[in-house]
Design a protein around this ligand. Structure first.
Ligand SMILES: [Zn+2]
Length: 133
């Protein structure tokens, strides 16, 4: 007897991955980009995880995801700072000979060059100082 089984299942099939990422991002107070990066990182680290997204959801539920996001953001911040540093070195020198000396540091929001920075602060507090180049 070869019963012809219906292959119809009640499952609707796997949900679209993008929406799973979006949902987790919303739940974890992260961006979809960050969740995608964590998935890629999980794969790159060679972990034996078949489905990174459900695994990340579990991490979110047990509180581990926040620590992973903190690490991810710190790494990305360092990479962006490195990139900014490379760009800054290509900028014109300030009057004191520092490449990109007048550019504002992305974290401090002040010029890189100490003299330019001093000058900028002096302007802020009202008494402008003459700085000889
Ligand atoms: Zn300067």
């Amino acid at each position: 007897m070869s019963a012809k089984r219906s292959s119809k299942k009640t499952l609707k099939g796997p949900p679209p991955r993008a929406s799973g990422i979006a949902r987790l991002a919303a739940d974890a107070d992260a961006t979809e980009d960050e969740i995608t990066q964590l998935i890629e990182k999980t794969r790159a680290e060679g972990r034996d995880i078949r489905s990174p997204l459900p695994w990340l959801r579990t991490c979110h539920e047990n509180g581990d995801l926040q620590a992973m996001l903190v690490t991810l953001r710190a790494e990305r911040g360092a990479a962006e700072l490195q990139e900014w540093g490379n760009w800054r070195e290509q900028q014109p020198k300030c009057p004191h000979g520092e490449a990109g000396g007048r550019e504002l540091h992305p974290q401090s929001g002040e010029p890189i060059c100490a003299i330019c920075r001093h000058d900028a602060r002096s302007i802020h507090i009202g008494h402008k100082e003459e700085v000889k180049a």
